[in-house]
Each structure stands twice: as C-alpha cells, then as structure tokens.
Design a protein around this ligand. Structure first.
Ligand code: SAM
Length: 282
C-alpha cells in the first residue's frame, strides 16, 4: 500500500460548520460543549454502530492524565510537548504537571483552528504554557518551531505526548514520523503514546472495523485501528515501562495502564480497542 502524501487530518478542518472535526467529535465524547451539528451526526453514527464507543475516548484521556501525573511526580520531568492536544478538557497537561511543579513548561500543538482559539484562551494561563499551530505529522515543522525551541530545551529530558494522534495518519508513515521525534529527544526523555487498536481477536476486531469504517469513509476521513506489530514499530528505540504491577513492559488497554484502583467491572469490548504505552529513551 502506498502512503498518500497528505492524510485528511493534515488538512486543517477550518471553522466550516459543515465539516466535522476530530477534535470536536472526540471532545464531544468526553462531554465537552464545543460540538457542532455536523459533529453530532458523526457521534450518532458511531454510537449506533458501537454503543460503548465512549469508553475509547474516556480510556484514552484517563491514560493521558495518569501518565502525566506519573512523569511529573515520579520521573520529575519538567518539559512537555503535547502533540495533537485537542480541545481543553476537564483536566489538561499543564494543570496536571504544574500542580506538582509550577515551573514545568508545556507546549500544546494542534492544527484545528477551533482548538487553537480555545487553547489560547484557556490553556495559555501562564508564561510557561504555549499553544502552537503546526502539523504534527511533519516533525520538522514542530521541532523547528520558534516557540517550541524557545520553551523546550532538547538537551534535557522531555516528555513527548502523541496521545490519540497517530491513528489519524493514513498509510505507513507512522514509524518514520515517530523516529524523527524520538531521535530529537535527549536520553532519559519519555514518550506517552496511545493508538486505536485492532487486537486481532474476531469479536474485538469487528468492533474496531465498525468504528474505523465510519471514521475513514465519513467526512473526517481519518482513524485507523492498527495491530500490535504495527503500533510497536512506532515505538522503536524506546524502553517501554510496565503498564501495571504484574505485567511485563508492553502496550496495554489504556484503562489498564496503572489504573487508579482495582477493576470492579470488566473492560468493555470498545475499551480494549485503544492501547497506551509510556516509553523511555535510554
Ligand atoms: N491528545 C488529546 C487526547 O488524547 O486527549 C486529543 C486527541 S484528539 C483524538 C486528536 C487531536 O489531534 C485533535 O485535536 C486534532 O485536531 C489533532 N490533529 C490531528 N491531525 C493533526 C495534524 N496533522 N497536526 C496537528 N494536529 C492534528
């Protein structure tokens, strides 16, 4: 399969009320209010196909929050590059990490003008937080951005977040994109990563295919569920940390990555179709 030069998600959605946006649909599943009618139509289709689809968004965001808390509290990292940050949510990266270290620096990157407008208004709450417009699938554009270079010292450990983003890149370019980012990080840096997952188990793959077909064939044109080997290729060069006390270092369903407490109810099928990992650059 040849990779298309540009994925639909690389063409900024603009503020056209007739085009659904990844950020608004995802924000809508998280309970956000910035949702247009056209986004509601996409959410309705997904809910009709997989009523538990909301578990994917919630699992993903919970993972992001716990990983940031872990990396600021345990690893003591004080610089965060949050790629494809999305609309401001109930808790955002800078709020989590600055709770532990108010000097921590956070740069949010997105290409959706609605995210950029809301982000500048709500996220840039102090001088250590910035919102930058760039295409996260063109790492040079991010890594050479003036604000990124001014805020992040790449000679010291950084946390790079690519949470719920790479599945919006069509084709097979993911490993090359991630390699460029990982190469730019100092030893001791961490990558927080999550991705739609096809567990290659018939009843779960079927759920993955149902959602993928709505996302890829619909007006957003983006959202691939990839297999374990395909996802692992994007994390090449990193030492994954254990996702919980008993597991070996590996990918894990986002909800199972160091959950806040013991699981009292089984994971839904949809929740098993998104995985997360935190990897350290040796
Ligand atoms: N990272 C957040 C989280 O996990 O909660 C938001 C994930 S949301 C599913 C994906 C985000 O990536 C959206 O805000 C979307 O606008 C952004 N995005 C998608 N393609 C992008 C691109 N090529 N450049 C910059 N941002 C992009």
């Amino acid at each position: 399969m040849n990779s298309p030069t540009v994925s639909p998600s690389q063409v900024p959605v603009g503020v056209d009320p007739n085009r659904p946006s990844i950020a608004r649909v995802y924000g809508g599943f998280l309970g956000g209010k910035t949702v247009y009618e056209v986004d509601r139509q996409v959410m309705k289709k997904i809910n009709a196909a997989v009523p538990e689809a909301v578990d994917i968004a919630r699992g993903n965001r919970g993972f992001l929050n716990r990983a940031c808390r872990f990396l600021t509290v345990q690893a003591g990292i004080d610089q965060y590059l949050d790629c494809g940050s999305g609309l401001p949510a109930a808790e955002n990266t800078h709020e989590i990490v600055q709770r532990n270290n108010e000097e921590a620096r956070v740069v949010y990157i997105d290409n959706d003008p609605v995210v950029l407008a809301h982000g500048r208004a709500l996220l840039e709450s102090n001088d250590n937080v910035h919102m930058v417009s760039a295409d996260i699938f063109r790492p040079t554009e991010v890594l050479e951005n003036e604000m990124v270079r001014r805020s992040i010292d790449f000679s010291r450990p950084v946390v790079l977040l690519q949470v719920g983003t790479l599945h919006h890149l069509e084709g097979e370019g993911g490993p090359a994109v991630m390699k460029q980012y990982i190469d730019a990080l100092a030893p001791g840096s961490y990558v927080v990563f999550s991705h739609f997952f096809d567990p290659q188990v018939p009843e779960l793959s079927e759920i993955a295919r149902r959602i993928e077909s709505i996302l890829v064939n619909g007006p957003m044109g983006a959202g691939r569920f990839r297999t374990r080997p395909e996802i692992m290729e994007m994390l090449d060069g990193l030492e994954l940390i254990k996702p919980n006390a008993t597991a070996e270092p590996d990918l894990a369903p986002c909800d199972d990555w160091w959950p806040d407490g013991p699981r009292l109810t089984p994971l839904s099928k949809a929740a098993q179709c998104i995985v997360g990992a935190v990897g350290r650059k040796p």
